[in-house]
Design a protein around this ligand. Structure first.
Ligand code: URA
Length: 244
């Protein structure tokens, strides 16, 4: 097994995170520093250490979903001393978040020590749908929805992949009824650029007033109270593992 896959199975990091550990020179195999990403590990015989500590594959992984509240960061520690998602999880297992939600975004965050699965879900080519509910200022036109669905150009010049958009606020056809000052939308995106939903809305001139992730693929946040977590059930795990 390749060294990065082995380290991911040890629950240390995603495969890419494992590559960073190797590049830092933190990884040794049988006492010798690993420099080649192509190094093969025999899990039965080889002795692998990270920063001097022996690592072995985690026998049974932990998978949880957290209803992240707004006002916390999706990292283990924050240089500004802000609350982190780990302040809401009292488990011994060393978990890491699968992807990120912004400080001001709430909703479904998966955490696991299964580096292989985390890697699969966050890989840009994977294309699993992530569903968001949002409130924007003013209304949204059919033309703007079409633009969002076909792909918009973001502030860095990149173009987004096709998305699905649904307007949840009832729009009144009667010209005598004033338009609502805010509109609720559901959007499904199939990639994960930084601040993607907010930047997509910015591209069509909308301000995001509220943003919440409600689903990742078929895994739904449901009624999980804000700031709490639960373990994924068998059905959810089977679904995640069935994804290529
Ligand atoms: N898009 C955003 O803009 N923010 C998030 O947290 C997630 C998706």
């Amino acid at each position: 097994m390749r060294i990065n896959k082995y380290l991911a199975e040890c629950g240390l990091a995603s495969r890419r995170g494992a590559e960073a550990l190797i590049a830092e020179g933190a990884v040794k195999m049988n006492g010798k520093k690993v420099t080649e990403l192509a190094t093969d590990v025999d899990p039965e015989r080889d002795h692998v250490t990270v920063n001097g500590r022996r690592v072995r594959p985690v026998a049974r992984y932990t998978y949880v979903m957290l209803h992240k509240p707004k006002g916390c960061v999706t990292t283990a520690s924050d240089e500004k001393g802000r609350r982190t998602v780990f302040d809401f999880i009292d488990l011994k297992a060393r978990l890491f978040p699968v992807g990120r939600l912004d400080y001001d975004t709430e909703g479904l965050l998966l955490l696991t020590n299964d580096g292989e699965l985390a890697n699969k879900l966050t890989h840009p080519n994977h294309g699993i749908g992530k569903t968001y509910r949002l409130r924007i200022n003013g209304t949204i036109s059919a033309e703007e929805i079409k633009q969002l669905e076909q792909g918009v150009t973001l502030d860095d010049g990149s173009v987004t992949l096709p998305a699905k958009v649904r307007v949840l606020t009832k729009q009144d056809d009667d010209p005598d009824v004033p338009p609502p000052s805010e509109t609720q939308i559901e959007i499904v995106i199939y990639e994960g650029k930084n601040h993607q939903v907010r930047r997509m809305m910015q591209a069509v001139g909308k301000e995001v007033l509220f943003l919440k992730r409600t689903a990742i693929g078929d895994i739904r946040l449901g009624g999980l109270p804000r700031g709490t977590y639960r373990f994924l059930n068998e059905k959810e795990l089977r679904y995640l593992k069935s994804l290529d």
